[in-house]
Design a protein around this ligand. Structure first.
Ligand SMILES: [Zn+2]
Ligand SMILES: [Zn+2]
Length: 342
């Protein structure tokens, strides 16, 4: 099968032929129909510190995907060839404290598809059945491939009650935009999206975000002060994972507000906790991945409601062969979601 693999500890990837993977007794073999590029894939492609410290080469990467089941492991009863599935990319062990208490998504021994094990930038992929979500027949493969990143936005907003609240999201990449869309649909008074890419902010605006702020052009803390007439934001969501943003993000929070941290910082951050958290009596949530399967049910319902058009966030589609073009675009941070289509 054709596959895009990472086999050298340098920038780039190799488009190659691999033998068809052999499934284990608890796995599904999936013919990949759509696979989206995630920030993690860009780290792997660029081979930065994040990738070098985690990845063992060679690796078939890519993890946000959907496809059709073609073969089913011996122990699996609830899936059959022909089923359409999307992948939950966090593979839980099934046995630890978290897994046995409804917290599989923060499993102590979690593995990640396309990071710790082979992924899906390929014609076929192995999907542990524990991570397979049956796609509703009305949801397309390309939307199915984006349910994983969409789910992060759904999970993040589920920590709070955005109805009638002022919400600000730092970061307007695809997950940021999804989060803004969920906040808006959940009845926020208004949603502010922040980024440094004009293209992304334009896309956020098109998808319904009320106010967009370009942090390269304006002082976001001062702007929020003006917009809220000194009130401050009720809910702040941090998705940039950029060390410099955290203090500004929490400066926009009103006293007694809530902050949701989702973006992954590249290392320890210096955070003025006294002024931004303690004196504000702020509530801080950490969010990772998607709750299995609560978040997926909510994500599906939001899509099926017809009130949320996720296809608008997908700005580019490529065949896998054109991976160089796709990654160049992804690195420019000027696009929405980029999807490889089979
Ligand atoms: Zn991802
Ligand atoms: Zn576990």
């Amino acid at each position: 099968m054709k596959a895009l693999i990472k086999d050298k500890p340098t920038r780039g990837a190799t488009f190659t032929e691999l033998p068809l993977p052999q499934i284990g007794e608890n796995d599904l073999l999936v013919r990949v129909k759509a696979a989206a590029i995630c920030g993690t894939d860009i780290h792997i492609y660029e081979w930065n510190e994040y990738a070098a410290s985690r990845i063992k080469l060679p690796l078939l990467f890519g993890h946000e995907y959907s496809g059709e089941v073609v073969e089913v492991g011996r122990n699996i009863k609830n899936f059959s060839p022909g089923d359409r599935v999307a992948a939950e990319t966090h593979v839980p062990c099934g046995h630890c404290f978290q897994c046995t208490t409804g917290l599989q998504h923060i499993c102590k021994d979690m593995k990640i598809l396309g990071v710790h094990m082979d992924g899906a930038f390929s014609e076929y992929a192995i999907l542990p059945a524990i991570c397979a979500w049956k796609l509703d027949p009305t949801i397309s493969f390309e939307i199915g491939a984006t349910m994983e990143p969409f789910g992060i936005g759904v999970h993040a907003m589920s920590k709070t009650k955005p109805a009638g609240k002022k919400v600000i999201v730092f970061g307007s990449g695809p997950i940021g935009i999804y989060t803004q869309m969920v906040a808006k649909l959940s009845g926020a008074e208004y949603v502010i999206g922040v980024d440094i890419s004009k293209e992304r902010l334009d896309l956020a605006k098109r998808m319904g975000t009320d106010i967009v702020l370009n942090a390269k052009e304006v002082n976001v803390v001062e702007e929020v002060e003006k917009i809220t007439k000194g009130f401050g934001m009720d809910i702040v969501i941090e998705l940039t994972g950029s060390k410099g943003v955290l203090n500004d993000a929490t400066k926009t929070l009103r006293r007694g507000g809530e902050i949701i941290l989702v973006g992954l910082f590249p290392g320890p951050v210096e955070w003025d906790v006294v002024n931004n958290v303690i004196y504000k009596e702020a509530t801080v949530y950490g969010v990772t991945g998607r709750i299995m399967w609560d978040t997926w049910w909510s994500a599906q319902s939001l899509i099926l409601s017809g009130k949320m058009d996720l296809s608008g966030v997908i700005t580019h589609r490529f065949p896998l062969e054109e991976y160089e073009k796709a990654f160049e675009l992804a690195e420019s941070a000027s696009s929405g979601k980029i999807v490889f289509m089979a």
